[in-house]
Design a protein around this ligand. Structure first.
Ligand SMILES: [Zn+2]
Length: 123
C-alpha cells in the first residue's frame, strides 16, 4: 500500500524532530493532503495507526488530516475551477489547456506534544 510508505516517512520525520526538540510525548500529527494527490485519508489513517506503535514518542498521537481541494485554471478562458481528478476539460469553454494549481499537496503541517521530563538532565 502506497500510504504505508508515505506514512512511514512522515513518522520518521516527526520522530527525528521530536528527539531533536526533546518532545517525549507527541499528541497530534497534522498533515495537509491534496485531493488530487492519490493518497487516501482512510488509508493514511490506517497506516498511521499501524505504524505509530513503532515509535516511543508517537504511539499515543492522533492524526489530523487537512484536505485540500483540487483546483485548476483554464489557460484559454481563465476560469479558476474545482476539480476532483486530473485530465478534465474546462467546465466553461471545454478547453483541455489547463493548469492544476492545488490539490497535489502532501505536507507535514506540524505536530504538538509535551517536552521530555529529562530535559536538562542529559549528559
Ligand atoms: Zn476555459
Amino acid at each position: 500500500m502506497h500510504e504505508m510508505g508515505l506514512m512511514a516517512g512522515v513518522l520518521e520525520v516527526v520522530h527525528e524532530s521530536a528527539v531533536e526538540n526533546h518532545i517525549k510525548d507527541v499528541t497530534v500529527v497534522r498533515l495537509r493532503v491534496g485531493k488530487l494527490n492519490g493518497a487516501l485519508p482512510d488509508a493514511l489513517e490506517f497506516a498511521f495507526e499501524a505504524l505509530r506503535a513503532d515509535w516511543q514518542e508517537i504511539k499515543q498521537a492522533e492524526l489530523v488530516i487537512e484536505s485540500v481541494p483540487g483546483r485548476m485554471v483554464c489557460l484559454e478562458c481563465g476560469l479558476d475551477q474545482e476539480v476532483s481528478e486530473f485530465g478534465v476539460e474546462c467546465v466553461s469553454c471545454g478547453s483541455w489547456v489547463t493548469e492544476v494549481r492545488s490539490g497535489t499537496e502532501f505536507e507535514i503541517v506540524g505536530y504538538e506534544g509535551f517536552p521530555s521530563e529529562e530535559r536538562g538532565q542529559a549528559s
